[in-house]
Design a protein around this ligand. Structure first.
Ligand code: FAD
Length: 174
């Protein structure tokens, strides 16, 4: 049996791929929550190929925006660079997680639990997959000294109820 800790984008996709390959899978997450804020994830061709392999590319495409290009802007709003979208799709994280959830076959055993010690998870599993995010307990327990480090950069995020006039990223001093 393959056990996966974490049902975010990575854990859900791994569970789908392994189940489609005929493996028994147990997927563990503390909440199995659909992210409430649908900030856009850029999915480029390699990610799209994986989604195609697990059978969800078409539903993702139907919910995605397909920009032709994006702009890097300076702090004063000036265009620093125009970058072709390179076949990327923009999809809301909530939609992507919800599509992956819906595609999970019944054969995937779901277990809702907050894990604080990964050792028991290894005991009766052929493989433990750590898909438990930035502060991964699986990574920290197998590779001591690998706790996430601060880069002393503050990121502020927000959403607006308006369609973006164009896709852009603004760079400037904090
Ligand atoms: C602002 C921002 C923009 C981004 N834009 C992009 C983009 O455009 N394109 C792109 O490809 N990537 C983008 N990324 C990166 C991408 O979001 C992450 O790489 C991706 O979400 C990681 O998914 P994951 O499934 O590995 O982890 P997560 O989404 O963090 O999921 C981890 C899961 O594990 C569960 N979990 C964790 N610990 C435990 C525990 N102890 N017990 C039980 N459950 C546990 C959590 O509940 C969660 O469901 C962006 C990230 C940010 C912050």
């Amino acid at each position: 049996m393959i056990r996966i800790l974490g049902a975010g984008v990575s854990g859900l996709t791994a569970a789908l791929a392994l189940a489609r390959a005929g493996r028994p899978v147990e997927l563990i997450d503390e909440s199995f929550a659909i992210p409430p804020v649908g900030t856009a994830l850029g999915l480029f061709p390699p990610a799209q190929r994986v989604l195609e392999q697990v059978g969800v590319l078409e539903p993702v495409r139907r919910r995605a925006a397909t920009p032709r290009e994006g702009h890097l802007l300076g702090a004063a709003g000036q265009v620093l660079a125009t970058v072709p979208a390179g076949g990327g799709l923009l999809v809301s994280r909530s939609d992507l997680v919800s599509i992956l959830h819906d595609a999970l076959p019944a054969s995937v055993r779901r277990r809702r639990e907050r894990i604080s010690d990964v050792r028991p998870l290894r005991e009766d599993a052929d493989l433990l997959v750590g898909a438990d995010g930035t502060h991964s307990l699986v990574r920290r327990s197998g590779w001591p000294g690998t706790a996430a480090r601060s880069h002393h950069v503050t990121v502020l995020r927000g959403t607006a109820e308006i369609p973006p006039p164009r896709v852009s990223e603004t760079w400037g001093r904090g």
